[in-house]
Design a protein around this ligand. Structure first.
Ligand SMILES: NC(=O)c1ccc[n+]([C@@H]2O[C@H](COP(=O)([O-])OP(=O)(O)OC[C@H]3O[C@@H](n4cnc5c(N)ncnc54)[C@H](O)[C@@H]3O)[C@@H](O)[C@H]2O)c1
Ligand SMILES: O=C(O)C(=O)C[C@@H](O)[C@H](O)[C@H](O)COP(=O)(O)O
Ligand SMILES: [Zn+2]
Length: 377
């Protein structure tokens, strides 16, 4: 249960996208007051809430009670938890639940959960009636700092991560920071990888602040809220400048080309590797590969690895339990990356901490040799 904290006003970050702009509210107690925030912004009075089997017993009832008390009629659907739920198999019941509840375009679909529920539900909202209103109530750290913002939605394919989906922006994001207290330490750490990512992209001072304050962020309270707000502002700025990833937005993919290949290689098996862990390993690899290409000092890769290791994240391919396919197989997944243009690989590389850049035309043979070294058969 989340308790309302009437004295603590939420922080607001605005995602500036013209007539599709929206607010991200960040703070404690927001599930209990969700319906008021929604009713103040949306005309519709019917909602479908999609959540998962871990989140439902904790937060579905208070959300449904808040909606009911505000005169909003809501139905709910509970899906299995975990990355495998981001699939066609689970997309169908979500679409049918939305249609079955006669959610009209002015009503809304609500994602209550982590990035898996957010990405899947956002995709369903993007295609049902060719686009329905959509509210994100992210409950994992990863979802609060990254996946609930920016409108990338979709599902996975055996060919690779997020290969099927649409851009569909939410109308509102409500990040209730109280709910992070029930998140497992492993999932909190995984979300932290995406927080650190913003520092490594272009905020060296934020990365240094995290190195000094990570324990306070993990403990909760003001430092945690500050880290979430800085992350959301960083993402909002990038999305406002390049919504459809024609340029700068690709920076948000730091560590993801390697990370997504590892996720596909583990068949989206959340016991071996979860997304944020893949990103952590991927960010270390991106820094090491940049050093190998003489773009950055190897000391920066060492510093990144040291920090991620200190918080308890995996940093090497060998940290993934069980066997990984050989480097050539990982290259197959890398070749399916959405940043590939004309068959040429695009990577996010770096000149140092907080100096990431988009590198087009990265030689595939260099990447293969590098992966063979890091992951000898
Ligand atoms: N759309 C985007 O921009 C974007 C950005 C980053 C990641 N992603 C995607 O997000 C997904 C990962 O998201 P995630 O890390 O949130 O994974 P997740 O949704 O699987 O959530 C992690 C686990 O925590 C549980 N959980 C969530 N909130 C909880 C809470 N408050 N208390 C207890 N348990 C809770 C979930 O049930 C799940 O078991 C990946 O599919 C990734 O590709 C998308
Ligand atoms: O919002 C973005 O843009 C990102 O790249 C954020 C990433 O953290 C996220 O994992 C995203 O889903 C990856 O995008 P993809 O286009 O490589 O699937
Ligand atoms: Zn990510």
């Amino acid at each position: 249960m989340t308790a309302a904290h009437p004295s603590a006003a939420p922080k607001t970050v605005r995602v500036d996208l013209g007539d599709r702009s929206y607010d991200i509210l960040i703070g404690p107690g927001l599930i209990a007051t969700a319906a008021g925030e929604i009713a103040g912004r949306l005309k519709g009075r019917r909602m479908a809430v999609i959540t998962d089997a871990h989140v439902a017993p904790l937060y579905l009832e208070p959300l449904m009670a808040s909606l009911k008390a505000t005169g909003i009629e809501a139905v709910s659907l509970v899906l299995p938890a975990g990355e495998k739920t981001k699939s066609f198999e689970h997309l169908i019941p979500v679409c049918e639940a939305i249609l079955g509840a006669r959610i009209e375009r002015n009503d809304a679909v609500i994602a209550l959960g982590g990035g898996v529920i957010g990405d899947l539900t956002g995709f369903a909202a993007g295609i049902v009636r060719r686009g329905s209103r959509f509210i994100q109530i992210p409950t994992s750290l990863l979802a609060q700092v990254d996946s609930s913002v920016g409108g990338k939605t979709g599902i996975n394919s055996p060919h690779g991560k997020n290969l099927i989906g649409v851009f569909h922006q939410p109308d509102l994001v409500l990040a209730d920071t109280d709910v992070l207290d029930t998140l497992s330490p492993r999932e909190f750490r995984a979300g932290y990888a995406e927080v650190a990512k913003y520092g490594l992209i272009d905020k060296p001072d934020f990365f240094a602040w995290l190195e000094n304050n990570w324990q306070a962020v993990f403990a909760g309270g003001d430092a945690r809220i500050e880290a979430i707000a800085v992350s959301c502002q960083a993402k909002a700025d990038v999305v406002a400048a390049d919504e459809r990833e024609n340029g700068r937005r690709a920076l948000l993919n730091l560590g993801h080309t390697f990370g997504h290949a590892l996720e596909a290689a583990t068949k989206y098996d959340g016991t071996r590797l979860v997304h944020g862990e893949g990103v952590a390993i991927g960010m270390v690899l991106a820094h090491q590969f940049s050093a190998r290409m003489n773009l950055a000092s190897p000391d920066d890769a060492t510093r990144v690895e040291a920090h991620l290791k200190t918080v308890g994240l995996p940093t090497r391919m060998d940290d993934v339990p069980g066997d990984l396919p050989p480097a050539e197989k990982l290259m197959d997944a890398i070749a399916q990356d959405k940043k590939v243009k004309g068959g040429k690989l695009t990577f996010i590389l770096t000149r140092g901490i907080g100096q990431s850049f988009v590198a087009d035309d990265v030689p595939a043979n260099e990447v293969l040799r590098f992966l063979e070294e890091k992951h000898p058969k």
